[in-house]
Design a protein around this ligand. Structure first.
Ligand code: FEO
Length: 170
């Protein structure tokens, strides 16, 4: 059985993962409309992964005697200036998610809840990959600058990453 406090924090994480899924979906849609088919495919895939992250938490909470609460869909940003803005904003969103996971891990240690602590280790490694991937893509975009053929290749690379499973592990 998980404590009230841990259940609250896990439900907060459910909400964050759901928000990530929606935000990445809106970004994918913007990219598709702007002709970045490869980046769109990558982001649609990423959005599905975030929903999977959310569901994993939902099942864990319910399996441990808590009650997973499905969050309301909040406002989503629909317009972006560039692919750079999208990846910068993914990076800062993922850093926020990492911070919340770390808070949860802290609380598990305080309460000696080693089962939840163990479950969260998957998220800890996932966040390392997600932040690192976002940083790599930002570095590439910065190198490309305003070079249209570079951007064309970047889009193709994103397409390949989405076909290979999204760039990150899961
Ligand atoms: Fe599920 Fe991108 O954190």
């Amino acid at each position: 059985m998980i404590s009230k406090k841990i259940t609250e924090l896990l439900n907060r994480q459910v909400s964050l993962e759901s928000e990530s899924s929606n935000v990445y979906l809106a970004m994918a849609s913007w990219c598709e409309v702007k002709g970045y088919g490869g980046i769109a495919a990558f982001l649609y895939h990423h959005s599905d992964e975030e929903r999977m992250h959310m569901l994993k938490l939902v099942h864990f909470i319910n399996d441990r005697g808590g009650h997973a609460l499905v969050p309301a869909i909040g406002k989503v940003k629909h317009e972006y200036k560039s692919a750079n803005e999208i990846f910068e904003s993914i990076y800062s969103h993922e850093k926020k998610v990492t911070g919340e996971i770390n808070n949860l891990v802290d609380q598990c240690l305080k309460e000696k809840d080693y089962t939840t602590h163990n479950f969260l280790q998957w998220y800890v490694s996932e966040q390392i990959e997600e932040e690192s991937l976002a940083r790599t893509l930002i570095d590439k975009l910065n190198m490309i600058g305003n070079d249209k053929s570079g951007m064309y290749l970047f889009d193709k690379e994103c397409q390949q990453m989405s076909m290979a499973g999204g760039g990150a592990k899961k």
